[in-house]
Design a protein around this ligand. Structure first.
Ligand SMILES: Nc1ncnc2c1ncn2[C@@H]1O[C@H](COP(=O)(O)OP(=O)(O)OP(=O)(O)O)[C@@H](O)[C@H]1O
Ligand SMILES: [Mg+2]
Length: 517
């Protein structure tokens, strides 16, 4: 059982953790520049900032994963030097990462065992795992293999593993980026409870409404520097965004565009059988999209969104039905052929399917145009042309890259997403399939990207926007379709849509709620 009594000093006394002038340099680049923060018990402290502002870097230093170039940390008032995460854990610091570090072919319990420093037997550890997951309402079956689990369940493993160490201070790096709204609500209940138990939480998120709801304090970083500390409950989402970006952010609403009358993408009676236990069967999906149209696909995650984007981009074979682009059928299950036909894809899981993490920024940026001039002419690969193109894509994506030769995984999470999105938008001359494109992006970057979607639409591209953010869908789409258990439940003009109708359709209630076309 976790110790439920408040740990450490009371709020207002010596901080649990203090950083003084913490600085991290990569060559000449300052990822963290003289950062001072104070973390107190019984506090949910938000860490905010644009993509690349230095949030993940700061928490990795606090967790002992990377060493600061300058500055110091104090734990309960005493100087703290960490040579690795196990020393951080020994003091009571736990962390849930932005990108998970689980082994797919091992069970839940084996994964937890690998991340713990304790010397208890595997049996005792498994029993404790079940107990902690029950206590906090985070159900997990220790015997299941990780590859069978959904993203939300995977994150639960990381949280339970951290809680099993009875942390005084828990760091969560964008935990809700991959969660459904329902899963996020469950997480907030856990975090409130941890706070009531006297623990401190450092919480990174780009979702400002949730920060306002959950957090007591916020530290805001911009360009590696701390620019403000505030009480988020006394701010608005707009004022928080202004502090992060240094300028006002305007919400994007798409003005009506000019549709061509010719269908660009026609999907007829498409079906697909899943090949993993969490996959969804697609059943008789029919969609028609004209050039210059944005079709928003709403639905609770896990209702076939991933499968639909995979079949529409040639990553998965269909078991029935047809896909036509500009009147010509695309048959092969081969993403290269879809690329040739002008279909771009912003995948939902950018690290797994959008990038090769250990290859350079340049290689990843030019990945889709590798075999084409000017990067390749016949058998000759032109390094300078590749470099030039990579710089161009990074600039358009507004990603500051200190070194194009470094592995792309060194870019911040949001900057990786920006890069993939730009790369795919370049090749999407006819159709763009964007799955949860705003996940992990800061508010400014979301707006920039949505504006690009509208521009692409106005150039005649057919855009499929899969999202859970209903406001975003309604602001941007010409038409909305709802996906429920692998079927399209409704397809209607966005002006006829309202949140309530969509909500009903998302829950599978079609007949009574279907709007009149
Ligand atoms: N190993 C490294 N080598 C070079 N630069 C790095 C390395 N690690 C991080 N950086 C750079 O440090 C900057 C800060 O990255 P960090 O991951 O801390 O950003 P972040 O605030 O977490 O952003 P996001 O919201 O996108 O997750 C980025 O520009 C990143 O490219
Ligand atoms: Mg980050």
């Amino acid at each position: 059982m976790l110790d439920p009594t408040p740990t450490g000093p009371r709020p207002g006394g010596t901080p649990l953790l203090q950083t003084i002038g913490l600085t991290k340099r990569y060559g000449d680049f300052l990822a963290n520049d003289q950062i001072d923060i104070e973390i107190r018990p019984q506090q949910i402290h938000a860490l905010l900032g644009e993509n690349g502002a230095g949030k993940s870097t700061l928490v990795k230093i606090i967790y002992g994963l990377i060493q600061p170039s300058e500055g110091e940390m104090r734990w309960l008032g005493e100087k703290m030097v960490l040579s690795g995460p196990s020393e951080a854990r020994a003091r009571g610091i736990g962390m849930v990462f932005q990108h998970f570090s689980l082994f797919d072919n091992l069970t839940v319990a084996e994964n937890v065992a690998l991340g713990l420093d304790g010397k208890e037997s595997f049996k005792d550890m498994s029993a404790r795992l079940e107990q902690v997951s029950r206590t906090y309402g985070l159900p997990l079956d220790p015997r299941r293999e990780v590859w069978q689990l959904s993203v939300g369940e995977r994150q639960r493993i990381e949280i339970v593993r951290a809680l099993m160490q009875n942390p005084k201070f828990l760091i969560l790096d964008e935990p809700t980026a991959v969660l459904t709204p329902q899963e996020a609500d469950q997480l907030f209940v856990v975090l409130e409870r941890l706070k009531a138990e006297g623990r401190a939480i450092l919480y990174i998120s780009h979702k400002l409404e949730e920060v306002k709801r959950l957090c007591d304090t916020a530290t805001i970083l911009r360009g590696g520097k701390k620019v403000a500390t505030c009480n988020p409950q006394a701010e608005t989402a707009a004022s928080l965004a202004r502090m992060m970006v240094g300028a006002d952010i305007k919400e994007v609403k798409a003005p009506a565009g000019r549709k061509t009358t010719v269908p660009r993408l026609v999907v007829n009676d498409l079906s697909m059988e899943p090949d993993d236990p969490h996959g969804v069967r697609l059943q008789q999906i029919s969609l028609e999209l004209k050039g210059g149209e944005i079709l928003g696909i709403a639905g609770v995650a896990g209702n076939g969104q991933r499968e639909l984007s995979q079949v529409l981009t040639g990553l998965r074979a269909t078991t029935g039905g047809t896909i036509e682009i500009d009147g010509g059928a695309v048959e092969a299950q081969d993403s290269a052929i879809f690329v040739e036909r002008g279909i771009g894809h912003i995948p939902e899981d950018r690290l797994r399917s959008g990038l090769a993490p250990s290859l350079s920024v340049t290689d990843n940026a030019v990945l889709r145009e590798y075999n084409e001039p000017p990067v390749s002419r016949g058998p000759v690969f032109d390094t300078r042309a590749a470099d030039h193109l990579a710089h161009q894509i990074a600039e358009a994506a507004d990603v500051a890259v200190p070194d194009f030769g470094m592995p792309v995984r060194n870019l911040s999470g949001g900057n990786q997403q920006r890069l993939v999105a730009r790369r795919e938008m370049r090749i999407a001359s006819k159709v763009l399939v964007a799955a949860y494109p705003s996940r992990g992006l800061d508010v400014g970057a979301i707006n920039t990207m949505l504006r690009y979607f509208v521009e692409m639409r106005d150039r005649g591209v057919a855009v499929i926007l899969i999202s859970e953010e209903l406001e975003e869908l309604l602001n941007l789409s010409d038409r909305i379709a709802v996906l429920y258990e692998g079927r399209v439940m409704g397809d209607f003009p966005a002006e006829n849509a309202n949140l309530e109708t969509i909500g009903l359709l998302m829950g599978g209630r079609s007949q009574q709620a279907a709007p009149i076309q």
